[in-house]
Design a binder for this molecule. Sequence first.
Ligand code: UDP
Ligand code: MG
Length: 309
Amino acid sequence: MNMLISVVIPVFNEEWNIPIISNSIASLFNAIPYDYEILFVNDGSTDNSLQALKTVASENKHIKYISFSRNFGKDNALLAGFDFAKGDAVITMDADMQHPPELIPKLIDLWQQGNAVVYTYREDKNEHAAKMNQLSSTFFYRLINHLSDVELEDGIADYRLLDKKVVAILNNLHEDRPFFRGLVKWVGFQQTGIPYKPHARATGETKYDHKALVRLALQGLTSFSVKPLNIAIYLGFSFSALSVCYLPYVLYSLLYGKAISGWASTIVTIVFFGGLQLMILGIMGIYLGKLFMQSKQRPKYIIDETNIQ
Ligand code: UDP
Ligand code: MG
């Protein structure tokens, strides 16, 4: 009996990429001694992705699909894939061919050598990404690493292989909006990473605009530590210390009749502390919101249809 590898692919408006990636994965697995299933998760596409999935599934019995009732986000699509994947190992990759399928045999080899997680990271990010994107991504990982308790490598991608024991753990975490890039590192076990050169998207365009990236960054930060809450305490202490230093000057001004000249500094102080308080309230609000969403225990996705029996 060959081992079974599940390839989980989230799909959001990728109708043209579906046949391309299906064919390339199928021909790869024809050359190696492993069974495979490709599990597409249609995340509420508004184009003909579902139709495309039905077509490829009718041509290749290794292809399964799950179709959501609406868009639930990529992380929830991955989670659904984990719930339904039957493989001894699960590979997650994007539908747009940016994650080169040629690496799959290498991922499997490293898994066979005893790694429970084989992740990938982009090398040479410059080649296809614009300079600006690279900058913001580097900044994003620096910020997360600095502020949170898991160490992420710059450019780490959602292209990875997970042993089924890791998949089982991820299935049992009932986190609202799981942040896989952090969670996968957090589970531990023997892990290794390999670099890859991202290709250009085969067809279509990216689903992540700048707003979505900022949301992702905040989610990454606040799912992994409460350090941002500590910022509030440090800032509070620093500014009370500063105001103590300011006191002699205030007294001096009072004694020598210059008190009225303090208008500018008053305004500056009000504006500054107003902003600071809003920022800290915002940070607390995010954590509170997480508790709120978590407490509702809603399902993370709703399946409309699937060809999995
Ligand atoms: N995706 C998804 N749901 C979403 C947005 C994206 O399932 O709400 C999928 C998308 O179809 C693709 C993968 O996630 O397979 C990565 O998306 P994209 O290529 O747009 O991101 P980028 O490569 O630009 O970071
Ligand atoms: Mg992409």
